[in-house]
Design a protein around this ligand. Structure first.
Ligand code: PBG
Ligand code: ZN
Length: 322
């Protein structure tokens, strides 16, 4: 008989046997930056998460620095939206200004920017729309322009989340042409059309006005196609590839980690966060235990980078337990 329990006898030996450990440097904290002044708006569907205006985002950035997390993923919420999402690629757009301000005041913080049009378009879709259709190729130059303006502002990494085909190579080319060959791309490669994004759409004001995103995001039933999406983004020049959401897609993450010798990211999305927070608020689960288990599972499945709204709490718990 194999006596597995010998190596589970006490905390010390369990710690020695532990295969997977979370570290604050694994974590990326998403933040919502809104145009306007003196704003700290709670996102009702995401307890603990706020939208900040530029003049108040320092409050949250200080908490990030204190937590030991060294990387943020930024989303911008502009005051004015239009058909073509102009504010997404304006040199003085909310994101561009946020990046400049952060790099000036928090030079050690690694700033990743979400590149997509949905927060900036009046129709709320991730690309240009004509005749009720989300256009692919016509959207690419706008995503490229957005990426270049953000790189100019000082963004450390570009993360396209739109799911248009060919956007990684278009963005790579535009970055290179403009002197940003050193700026990496983290591609939302296997991004599924998911019910788990709904709290985010309140947070980022990005719900589509008509239809849904199933014409460009992946069908959640498809695992093989996810591998092809990831393969294509690697060929197009992605430095890091992502699976999103996380918990219902750990099989995809695991398969990607066995298939590709590439850094993998996973996005523990808004709905996954809100479910945990709601159950914890009711006293039905222990938040620290559940979050630690969830995030450890993501790392065990192969994620190098975990994007999560729990990042600051998790970093604190890691410190407490060290
Ligand atoms: C924008 C974008 C979304 C998320 C990240 N970038 C929403 C969407 O695709 O509808 C979801 C993040 C989350 O739910 O936490 N394209
Ligand atoms: Zn989008």
């Amino acid at each position: 008989m194999q006596r597995f329990r010998r190596l589970r006898k006490n905390e010390t030996i369990r710690n020695m046997m532990r295969e997977t450990r979370l570290h604050p440097s694994d974590l990326v904290y998403p933040m919502f930056i809104i145009e306007g002044e003196n704003i700290k708006n709670p996102v009702d569907s995401m307890p603990g998460i706020y939208q900040y205006s530029l003049d108040r985002m320092g409050e949250e950035l200080d908490r990030v620095m204190e937590s030991g997390v060294r990387s943020v993923l930024l989303f911008g919420i502009p005051e004015h939206k239009d058909e073509v999402g102009s504010q997404a690629y304006d040199e003085n757009g909310i994101m561009q200004r946020a990046v400049r301000q952060i790099k000036e005041n928090y030079p050690r913080l690694y700033v990743i920017v979400d590149v997509c049009l949905c927060e900036y378009t009046s129709h709320g879709h991730c690309g240009l729309v004509r005749g009720g259709e989300v256009l692919n190729d016509e959207t690419l130059p706008l995503l490229s322009k957005m990426s270049v303006t953000l790189a100019k502002a000082g963004a450390d990494m570009i993360a396209p989340s739109d799911m248009m085909d060919g956007r990684v190579s278009a963005i790579r080319e535009a970055l290179d042409e403009n002197g940003f060959s050193g700026v990496p791309i983290m591609a939302y490669s296997a991004k599924f059309a998911s019910g788990y994004y709904s709290p985010f759409r309140d947070a980022a004001h990005s719900a589509p006005e008509f239809g849904d995103r199933r014409g460009y995001q992946m069908d959640f039933a498809n695992g093989k196609e996810a591998i092809r999406e990831i393969e294509e983004d690697i060929e197009e020049g992605a430095d890091i590839v992502m699976v999103k959401p996380a918990l219902a897609y750990l099989d995809v993450l695991k398969e990607a980690s066995l298939t590709f010798d590439m850094p993998l990211a996973v996005y523990n999305v808004s709905g996954e966060y809100s479910m945990v927070k709601a159950a914890a608020a009711n006293g039905w689960i222990d938040e620290k235990k559940i979050v630690t288990e969830n995030l450890t599972a993501m790392k065990r499945a192969g994620a190098k980078i975990i994007i999560t709204y729990h990042a600051l709490d998790m970093a604190r718990w890691i410190r407490e337990d060290a």
